[in-house]
Design a protein around this ligand. Sequence first.
Ligand SMILES: Nc1nc2c(ncn2[C@@H]2O[C@H](COP(=O)(O)OP(=O)(O)OP(=O)(O)O)[C@@H](O)[C@H]2O)c(=O)[nH]1
Ligand SMILES: [Mg+2]
Length: 321
Amino acid sequence: MNNASTPPEHRSGIVALVGRPNVGKSTLLNRFVGEKLAIVSPKPQTTRNRILGILNEPNLQIAFLDTPGVHKAKGPLHQFMVETAMSAIDEVDAVLFVIEPALKSDNTVEVGEVATWIVERVRSAKKPVILAINKIDLIDKPLILPVIDAYRKALPEAEIFPVCARTGEGLPELISGLGALLPPGPPLFPEDMLTDQAERTIVAELIREQVLRHCRDEVPYSTAVAIDHFDESEREPNMPVEPGKLAGLVRIAATIFVERDSQKAIVIGKGAKMLKLIGASARHEIERLLGTHVYLSLLVKVEKHWSERPESLRRFGYKGQ
Ligand SMILES: Nc1nc2c(ncn2[C@@H]2O[C@H](COP(=O)(O)OP(=O)(O)OP(=O)(O)O)[C@@H](O)[C@H]2O)c(=O)[nH]1
Ligand SMILES: [Mg+2]
């Protein structure tokens, strides 16, 4: 932060992670930062808001902005998500466009409509861009070539990096490629800052993640989580303790909102089995995040059509930022 002590070769800036749903943007963010800041799931449209995660290296600070997957949105929640992602492109120093290597049955590659929207937005915003082909662990190496060819035609200005967020392969090269796009300057954020998200926001997301993981059908898309109480009075003041060890206690009460009675029945499950499973897995994740023991109590409520109502969207943090 201190201009006087910043070496002239230091670079810094904000980079938006943009791409279709489920390509691994949030997994990449977590890898870059080394902490689980963004929830991840095998279902598309997991991320709903922007999530800032800050990477510090000698002479480089990159503030990554994870965004919701761009898709053909239906309904107000999804329109909010797509606009959140697309408008991020206008506000950052550079764009990391993330794709996964989707090949057709004849091994040809099509740059789809959504990818074309992203390319157009990046161009009209005149932002430097890098393309990351993620999940290269899933295809044979020679099959990456047609993907590179197709995207080189669609976005000739972008350097292309094949990576694997799951193993970390290719990430050091990607980070230095991104660093080269950023302007020289001192860090934009304090070097001990990981994210701009409040702990309780991440906690709500960790609960939503477990609903996404355990519940089927349309339930994940109709779920929002609100934190009702976050009592830190029994938290140990001298945190953190040894990694992996827990000290003190945080008491959390949260409500899982769904849109229909039938969804409430699924989230609670027979004999409340599902809710217990969601609660136990979420508690484990929250304990890891906070480094404390956690007492978690969960309620499930129906708020009809919340994903279509502006006041509910605002209350759950999906509008009016
Ligand atoms: N095999 C493999 N799977 C990956 C890799 N990166 C991410 N995944 C998986 O892909 C799925 C989607 O990952 P996310 O990080 O949630 O994807 P996203 O792009 O943030 O998705 P949205 O938030 O819905 O836009 C999860 O099941 C991840 O574990 C990778 O490099 N290899
Ligand atoms: Mg995501």
